[in-house]
Design a protein around this ligand. Structure first.
Ligand code: F6R
Length: 606
């Protein structure tokens, strides 16, 4: 949440900041701002409420600088307004600060050190800017020492990524992070810092990691890193070979549609990365041996990642016979269940930065338990902090609504479950021809995305008007129903619920009225008939019923027929029409599909 970018050493700093912010807009989009300094005594601060485009429109040709910082905000403290937008600054306008995260003890810091100061914003960030100023001006500290002093005063529960500029040293970015993402980009004669590598890919492919609780001084030709005790840290650079265009929309109207369309390619990429020519998994033996020791697998995730975990649990249980439980990270973090003797944790997280999931990881590490993070973002926080990482290789997912990361999580869990099952000598795992099945999935997904016009017309006919909608299914279809309902509600604002078909009649059926859309997912032999009966029950009460059914279970009037695939992999296909129904419903209502209200892509606050 919130996107940060900083640059020093280029006259193009305004355009570098704006381009970077545009790439980071998925992280928050209620207000944005930049501060630039040209090192000859001129500096500029521009902030606007709303999207980056509003900020861009407010920029005039005279606004230029050789260094600067920028921010796109998802409000935590204080409403979205120009006053609360970042950069925040000290009262004497010497220090400018951008911040992503939450300073939990900002009220105490305010009372203890700044009782005489008039604050203009409601943000915790302004407190930090004013506090640094206090230590520099009143206590005569140099800026770096004052910055470090303040970092020491911020309590451990807080999260932050900070980039600070001082008018007296305008070529220097003072940088630090704790729990919030931030990394350095190394340029030729200039350097950058940003929340995500995608914001810097136009300028560089060489990056340097920042670890929690380090102070990083970024100058045009030099980057130095110290830990909080003042020890200088050596850090290697690494390359990200991704093309900047991988994060472009291309000719697509919205990222979400592009990302839905990319799913067949993501399936093929996962096959290439994790299965050999003969279809044997190539996952490292160290991870599998560690997992084999477990008496129970615990899958942890939030939102869509939690839903992917619900599917994954079925795969692990069927292919490995190891009991597997799935938890919502924000629940597990504060109410840990009675644990088994030898747990192994699997964290599912597209971004690798979700604060709720990280809280669990920190807790379980303290208890000495091993973990794996399955993520789309290399070197993300959860990836660095877990014992093992497997990458989703889905390419950047920019739309707030997760699509290709969900299907990649499901497919990679299938591969891992097969690999672990084979390590545990499970016949079902050995016999599972996953390579062939994922090939069928990729072809099936392609057919579904190629037939998207049908979903556009279904969305406009059934989903544009109603207030409520339901997805129902049993077993693995129920897991997909939950994800399908989340997609619909988050981008189209239709109140949608995913329901276990059999459970509907135990209360919720009271909500069914004339033309309430109820979408049944029917892919499993054992439960197909039961779900069809449950659909009949709602038809009798006036519902408009749609069906997404596997080919071998299909009936003539089913709405969408899916190609047949192994029953464990049906979510990879049944979710695609649901993603497209959500997309077209949102589009039909004229909404911003990629940036739904109140949301942000990477949820780095608890
Ligand atoms: C919904 C969505 C969210 C995320 C959730 C967890 O479309 O994207 O529900 O799945 O915020 O995010 P990650 O996977 O980054 O941990």
């Amino acid at each position: 949440m919130c996107g940060i970018v900083g640059v020093t050493g280029t006259k193009q700093s305004v355009s570098v900041l704006i381009e970077g912010l545009e790439r980071l807009e998925y992280r928050g989009y209620d207000s944005a701002g930049i501060y630039v300094n040209d090192q000859t005594g001129n500096d500029y601060l521009v902030k606007r409420v709303g999207r980056i485009s509003n900020l861009k429109n407010a920029l005039t040709d005279d606004i230029a600088g050789t260094a600067g910082i920028g921010h796109t905000r998802w409000a935590t403290h204080g409403v979205p307004s120009e006053v609360n937008a970042h950069p925040q600054f000290s009262a004497d306008e010497r220090f400018y600060l951008v911040h992503n995260g939450v300073i939990e003890n900002f009220e105490q810091l305010k009372q203890e050190y700044l009782a005489d100061v008039n604050f203009v914003s409601q943000t915790d960030t302004e407190v930090i800017a004013q506090l640094i100023d206090r230590f520099v001006v009143d206590y005569k500290m140099d800026t770096q020492s004052a910055f470090l002093k303040v970092l020491h005063l911020i309590n451990d529960d807080s999260s932050y990524a900070f980039v600070l500029m001082d008018r007296e040293t305008p070529d220097t970015l003072y940088v630090a992070k704790n729990k919030s993402p931030l990394l350095v980009g190394i340029g030729d004669g200039f350097n950058l810092v940003a929340s995500d590598a995608v914001a810097m890919l136009k300028q560089t492919h060489t990056f340097m990691e920042i670890q929690d609780k380090e102070v990083v001084i970024v100058k045009p030709d030099k980057v130095t890193i110290h830990d909080f005790e003042g020890n200088e840290m050596k850090r290697d650079t690494f390359r990200v070979d991704m093309d900047a265009s991988a994060a472009d929309k291309g000719t697509y109207p919205f990222y979400m549609l592009k990302e839905v369309d990319e799913q067949p390619a993501v399936m093929r990429k996962l096959v290439q990365e994790y299965l050999d020519e003969d279809g044997r998994p190539t996952i490292e033996a160290g991870l599998l041996n560690e997992m084999k020791k477990a008496d129970r697998l615990y899958i942890i995730g939030a939102g869509t990642s939690y839903h992917a975990g619900l599917v994954g649990a079925r795969m692990f249980e069927r292919l490995t016979k190891i009991p597997t439980q799935v938890f919502i990270s924000s629940e597990f973090a504060y109410e840990q269940p009675i644990m088994s003797e030898k747990p192994f944790f699997i964290f599912l997280t597209q971004s690798g930065e979700t604060a709720d999931s990280r809280e669990v990881l920190v807790n379980i590490k303290k208890q000495g338990w091993p973990s794996l993070t399955i993520t789309n973002v290399p070197k993300s926080t959860l990836s660095r902090e877990a014992s093992y990482t497997l990458l989703l290789h889905a390419g950047p997912e920019i739309a707030v609504a997760s699509t290709k990361a969900y299907t990649a999580q499901v497919a990679l869990q299938a591969i891992l479950a097969k690999a672990l099952g084979m390590t545990c000598d499970q016949q079902a795992a050995t016999e599972f021809d996953l390579k062939q099945q994922l090939g069928i999935v990729a072809v099936g997904m392609q057919a579904l995305v190629d037939g998207k016009e049908k979903l556009e017309s279904i969305a406009s006919r059934y989903l544009s008007e109603p207030r409520n909608a339901f997805y129902i299914g049993r077993g693995i279809d129920w897991s997909v129903a939950l994800e399908s309902a989340l997609k619909l509600k988050e981008i189209s604002y239709v109140q949608a619920e995913g329901f276990a078909s059999g459970e509907l009649k135990h209360g919720t059926i009271a909500l069914i009225e004339e033309h309430t859309p109820v979408i049944g997912i029917i892919t499993q032999d054992r439960t197909a008939g039961l779900t069809r009966s449950n659909l009949q029950e709602v038809v009798s009460r006036g519902a408009s019923v749609l069906t997404i059914a596997a080919k071998h279970l299909a009936q003539p009037d089913d709405t969408i027929v899916l190609p047949d695939v192994d029953p464990l992999l049906t979510p990879l296909l049944s979710v695609v029409p649901a993603q497209l129904l959500a997309y077209y419903t949102s589009l039909g209502k004229g909404l911003d599909v990629d940036k739904p209200r109140n949301l942000a892509k990477s949820v780095t606050v608890q």
